[in-house]
Design a binder for this molecule. Structure first.
Ligand SMILES: [Zn+2]
Length: 115
């Protein structure tokens, strides 16, 4: 059969592995492109204490940076937004990991059918 169901045990194992990764994928929430950075900055005001004391830097400021049609776009975020969007960026990493594991299992399946 074209779906490989006539193949051996190794193939069944691979199929189960694949299904498990697929379920992993389904549990993942929003996936956000780009990255979130947290920064403390020195301002341009002469005499401001941030110039002498590293502990008095302004911030934290949160930026969400991503590429749109090859151009880097940065959006300033509020802290509560940033914390949420960080999770979504992390989701995207998990998503990519799961997809890459699914690809690897599929490559093993190719080996199985070509024996
Ligand atoms: Zn300052």
């Amino acid at each position: 059969m074209a779906d490989g169901s006539d193949k051996g045990q190794g193939f069944d194992k691979l199929r189960k592995k694949f299904e498990a990764y697929k379920e992993e994928l389904c549990r993942i929430g929003f996936i956000l492109p780009g990255s979130i950075t947290k920064r403390y900055v020195r301002c341009g005001t002469p005499g401001c204490k941030c110039h002498n004391d590293p502990g008095s830097l302004h911030g934290p400021y949160y930026d969400w940076t991503r590429k749109i049609r090859g151009k880097t776009v940065t959006v300033r975020l509020k802290e509560n937004e940033a914390l949420l969007l960080m999770e979504w960026v992390e989701n995207k990493k998990q998503f990519k990991k799961a997809v890459s594991k699914m690809e690897n299992v599929t490559l093993e399946a190719v080996k199985e059918i070509r024996v």
